[in-house]
Design a binder for this molecule. Structure first.
Ligand code: NAD
Length: 485
């Protein structure tokens, strides 16, 4: 292998790579071959302490800089990410197995968008002036302090940047723990931020499993925790953060509905269903995995979907022509195969796919089940793999009730040519991120996040600023102070 996948060291702390081989070894596996491409070590308590100490020490000086100065560094980092997009995309493909065709347009580029966006608004973050007769109050928008970011394995570069950009723009420091499955890319983000001029200690990366995340969340020096992960992990992290009354952002799982009405443009609806189920081999939190298709067009929809799935180019993720890659790990592949078995056992009709692909690596066929009913396991639980469940419906009211009948509330989509119906349905969806005649767009300018069990808080957009800063009110009296005695 010519590409260097073994990083200089496991952690990046206080502006430099740091190693502590006493930590549990973490083997990084290339999902397309099963080959070990790097070995890192989980953070020991000493490493965790060093990262938090550096973050605490650096934060006040950073917050004291002007927003313009902070923003300039973030925008420079965005430029560097874009300049190095090719190499970063190759690394992201090694880390996750996602095809280069995707990583070259959706990972470092999305991270760069976040750094550019929050770099751009850093200088305009202000408090307000509230006049009260002769007296007045002004508010100061202040940083929270030390933030901890914890990432999932599906979008390692994007998640690292989506958390770093608003946190740093607001004057915070961060200790980021990537998923142990994909630990490589966040280190590159740290390197680039420092190369762009970020003072040492403001963005630190420590590796490790859940225990390292848990140790970070409970540390007294930490003021805010932002997690991207599953609902069960979210519950634990939210509870631990509550113990210390810390701020939280929870970006959790989903089982999102996509409704295709009888008047929909079928070609677009099929495209939306493909994007919302098979991009990143289905490992996307906001995927529309319960596809409700009106009975009148169901067979036509399934026929066209099957035909289009036949065009998927499954193979070497580094080949730019490949459009469908492996699952991130053997474990995730086994989990998804378990769900496919349950789908068949519970009586869903397998329309296509359903099997592991006979080649090295963790490849599964794009899988579609039809005649799925609301109670089936594959319609209730998040699978996080390339498995689409197609359900029938006839009435709008009925499908709305069924679409919302889930503990999750991350995303939802509707395909219809009826303008009023589209907006009525979007208003009735119990979900944080909705789509009309499209699916899974995530521009940095728009808030992203979930309702119900899918999360708390929002990433991206101006809304993220509210989750990485706090207001201080300062009352100023111009006349005498009246006291009762
Ligand atoms: P996971 O919940 O298993 O792990 C997420 C992260 O939390 C990892 O870094 C893990 O090491 C850490 N962790 C585990 N236990 C912890 C603990 N007790 N304390 C602190 N940290 C702990 O999730 P995953 O399997 O890595 O990712 C898949 C999940 O992430 C899916 O449910 C998916 O929907 C969700 N996800 C959500 C979004 C979103 O923006 N809403 C985006 C991507 C992925």
């Amino acid at each position: 292998m010519t590409y260097k996948t073994q990083p200089e060291a496991s952690h990046f702390i206080d502006g430099a790579y740091v190693e502590d081989t006493a930590g549990t070894p973490i083997k990084v596996i290339y999902p397309a071959t099963g080959e070990v491409i790097a070995t890192l070590h989980a953070a020991t308590p000493a490493i965790i302490d060093r990262a938090l100490t550096a973050a605490k020490k650096a934060q006040a000086g950073w917050a004291a800089m002007t927003g313009t100065e902070r923003g300039r560094i973030l925008r420079r980092a965005a430029d560097l990410l874009r300049e190095r997009n090719h190499d970063l995309s190759v690394l992201e493909t090694y880390d996750t197995g996602k095809p280069y065709q995707e990583t070259s347009v959706a990972d470092a580029t999305s991270g760069a968008d976040a750094l550019e966006y929050f770099g751009g608004i850093a200088a305009s973050l202000t408090g307000e002036h509230i006049q009260l007769g002769e007296n007045w109050v002004y508010t100061r928008r202040e940083a929270l302090g030390v933030c901890v970011g914890i990432g999932a394995w599906n979008y390692p570069t994007q998640i690292a940047c989506w958390k770093a950009a608003p946190a740093l723009a607001c004057g915070n420091s961060m200790v980021f723990k990537p998923s142990e499955t994909t630990p490589l890319c966040a280190l590159k983000v740290a390197e680039i931020l420092h190369e762009a001029g970020l003072p040492a200690g403001l963005y630190n990366v420590v590796q490790g499993m859940g225990e390292v995340g848990a140790a970070l969340v409970t540390d007294r020096r930490v003021d805010k925790v932002s997690l991207t992960g599953s609902v069960p992990t979210g519950r634990k992290v939210y509870a631990a953060a509550a113990e210390g009354i810390k701020h939280v952002t929870m970006e959790l799982g989903g089982k999102s509905p996509m409704i295709v009405f009888e008047d929909a443009d079928i070609e677009n609806a099929v495209s939306g269903a493909i994007l919302g189920n098979f991009y990143s081999s289905g490992q996307v939190c906001s995927n529309g995995t319960r596809v409700f298709v009106h009975k009148a067009i169901k067979e036509k929809f399934l026929a066209r979907l099957t035909e289009r799935l036949g065009n998927a180019v499954i193979g070497d993720p580094m080949d730019p022509k490949t459009s469908f890659g492996p699952m991130v790990s053997e474990r995730q592949m086994a989990t998804v195969l378990g769900y496919i078995e349950k789908g068949e056992a519970e009586g869903a009709r397998l329309v296509c796919g359903g099997k592991r692909i006979d080649r090295e690596g963790f490849y599964l066929e794009p899988t579609v089940f039809a005649d799925v009913t609301d109670g089936m396991t594959i319609a209730r639980e998040e699978i996080f793999g390339p498995v689409m469940a197609v359900l029938d419906f006839e009435e709008e009211d009925d499908v709305m009730t069924r679409a919302n009948d889930t503990e999750f509330g991350l995303a939802a989509g509707v395909f219809t040519r009826d303008l009023t119906r589209a907006h009525r349905v979007a208003a009735r969806f119990e979900a944080g991120t909705c789509f009309i005649n499209t699916y899974n767009d995530a521009p940095v300018e728009a808030p992203f996040g979930g309702s119900k069990m899918s999360g708390v808080g929002r990433e991206n957009s101006r809304a993220a600023i509210e989750h990485y800063s706090q207001l201080k009110s300062v009352f100023v009296r111009m006349d005498d102070v009246e006291a009762p005695f």
